[in-house]
Design a protein around this ligand. Structure first.
Ligand code: NAD
Length: 291
């Protein structure tokens, strides 16, 4: 069994980006600049944004964090987005999700200029992705594709089962893996909460991408020998033995699945760090495109 080490791979990617940034600076070119908008004070969101800002510093990017209170109106947020769209210093920006309930997420994501949409959530970029045109790929699926590529996991002709059909993970994952590309050419089944007899489907899978957000959902009896497992889930599970009172659990029961797997991502240290590295990669692309 081989661990698909997202921590190490993401750190390799960040090193590659840092070298590219150094070269840009030497040539007197603009330093890539990522901005993030955080609305409210959700603990997990603050941790994620903090990690993104820290990663920017690490690779030599400029970064700007815009913090807005829970009570921020939709109009005020849309105005902030417009400011970032028009700010020539900012190459790309993200709006940390989820947003407070009174704000229409779709409206907000639509307001981001597609050329600065480094999360790859704007319909124009989702459409380009589906049509295999150059664009910003959504960071989590992009990170998974990169991990599969760098570990040379064979995907061509393989049966892939994706669990979860969200717009940011499951759906794009199913599109990318079915395309004619490296880490593509797979036969993909996209499953979700209404899927019947999921176990009989996952048991046939050569590769499983679990992105449903239910801690340790996928168990050893649901997979076949030699399977490749990509665990996207991150759920906080109460754990009084930890100082912070919780631990992070994936969607896969590692203990029972890992012994049967050929490749598996751990949680933490698998998909999570890759997501941040790919966000940086998209920002570098946004900056170089402008040049
Ligand atoms: P979501 O809640 O938007 O979607 C969950 C999907 O799972 C839905 O499509 C639903 O139909 C499906 N589902 C729910 N119960 C199911 C069941 N019993 N059987 C089959 N399918 C079922 O979730 P999301 O935003 O895609 O996130 C999924 C998980 O991945 C969460 O734990 C989230 O925190 C994590 N996540 C991690 C990263 C990362 O960087 N590692 C990035 C994004 C999301």
């Amino acid at each position: 069994m081989t661990i698909l080490d997202g921590k190490k791979t993401s750190s390799d990617i960040k090193e590659e980006i840092a070298i590219a940034v150094e070269a840009l600076k030497k040539q007197g070119e603009k330093t890539p600049h990522l901005a993030a908008i955080l609305v409210g004070s959700d603990g997990a969101s603050m941790t994620y944004v903090g990690a993104k800002v820290k990663a920017c510093e690490l690779v030599g990017f400029e970064s700007t964090l815009i913090e807005m209170p829970d009570t921020t109106s939709e109009d005020a947020l849309l105005q902030e987005i417009e400011n970032l769209n028009n700010n020539k210093e900012i190459d790309g920006f993200i709006i940390q999700l989820p947003l407070p309930k009174h704000i229409d997420e779709h409206k907000v994501l639509m307001a981001v200029h597609p050329d600065k949409d480094v999360d790859g959530f704007h319909p124009a970029n989702v459409g380009k992705m589906a049509l295999e045109l150059p664009t910003f790929l959504p960071a989590t699926p992009y990170g998974i594709m990169e991990l599969l590529e760098r570990y040379e996991v064979e995907t061509s002709g393989k049966n892939v089962v994706v669990i979860g059909r969200s717009h940011i993970v499951g759906r794009p994952m199913s599109i990318l893996l079915s395309q004619k590309r490296t880490a593509g050419d797979a036969t993909v089944t996209l499953t979700h909460s209404r899927t019947k007899n999921l176990k009989s489907i996952t048991q046939q899978a050569d590769i499983i991408v679990a992105a449903l957000g239910i801690a340790e959902f996928l168990t050893g009896d649901m997979v076949k020998e030699g399977v490749t497992i990509i665990d996207v889930g991150i759920t906080r599970v109460d754990d009084t033995s930890k100082k912070r009172g919780f631990r992070l659990a994936g969607d896969v029961n590692f203990e029972s699945v890992a012994p049967k797997a050929a490749f598996i991502t751990p949680v933490p240290g698998g998909v999570g760090p890759m997501t941040i590295a790919m966000l940086l990669k998209n920002t570098l692309l946004a900056c170089s495109r402008k040049e």
